[in-house]
Design a protein around this ligand. Structure first.
Ligand code: GRF
Length: 196
């Protein structure tokens, strides 16, 4: 049986699209969860015929939000959770329940430019401000420390003269994130499948 995957999103969902397009062998995307209504990632799920639910973070307590999330993961019998541009930090109580079963993609070479406050364009702004010549992306397991779990895969990407945060973000996505995330998800899905 394939590993059943939930992809958690909050925005455009280009990483979700990369996972859909990858035609995973060991895993299948069984559910998409969005923390925001109306985002384009939901449209991508719909077009791919993947069930989706919106569990709004806004106006909800962390406990209530996570309880709804857990109920959805149970209902869809999810084995592996993939955070792909998911903008909500999960509590220690939540992450403890899923050891080595939650993956995140972060758009830098951890431990550079990561942790609380480093998300979206801010990561690339920080890399440019520091003047690094190489940046990249990291897929890691999620534990109670933001961006602190075990690293699964990393890929370096060159920073070029004249880069803006937007240009660099796009290059990191194209050259690293969209390749790395499907690779890591395949690896972990296979591991879970074999451990059954
Ligand atoms: C990506 O840069 C990802 O690394 C970060 O948030 C962004 C999400 O983009 N965590 P998308 O929604 O997958 O297009």
């Amino acid at each position: 049986m394939k590993t059943r995957i939930a992809v958690l999103v909050s925005g455009g969902g280009t990483n979700l699209q990369a996972l859909i397009d990858a035609n995973l062998q060991a895993g299948e995307i069984a559910l998409v969860v969005s923390s925001r209504p109306g985002v384009y990632a939901l449209e991508r799920a719909y077009r791919a015929g993947i069930p989706s639910v919106v569990i709004a973070k806004k106006g909800s307590t962390q406990e209530a939000f996570e309880e709804k999330l857990r109920a959805a993961l149970e209902e869809y019998r999810i084995d592996l959770i993939v955070l792909a541009g998911f903008l909500t930090i999960l509590s220690e109580d939540f992450t403890r329940r899923y050891p080595r079963r939650i993956l995140n993609i972060h758009p830098s070479l951890i431990p550079a430019f990561c942790g609380e406050g480093y998300y979206g364009l801010r990561v690339h702004e920080a890399a440019l401000a520091r003047g690094v010549k190489l940046t990249g992306a990291t897929v890691h397991f999620v534990n109670e420390i933001p961006d602190g779990g075990e690293i699964i895969l990393q890929k370096a990407v060159e920073v070029k003269d004249g880069d803006t945060p937007e240009i660099l973000q796009r290059r990191v996505m194209e050259q690293a994130e969209w390749k790395l995330l499907p690779q890591a998800v395949e690896l972990v899905s296979e591991e879970i499948r074999r451990s059954r």
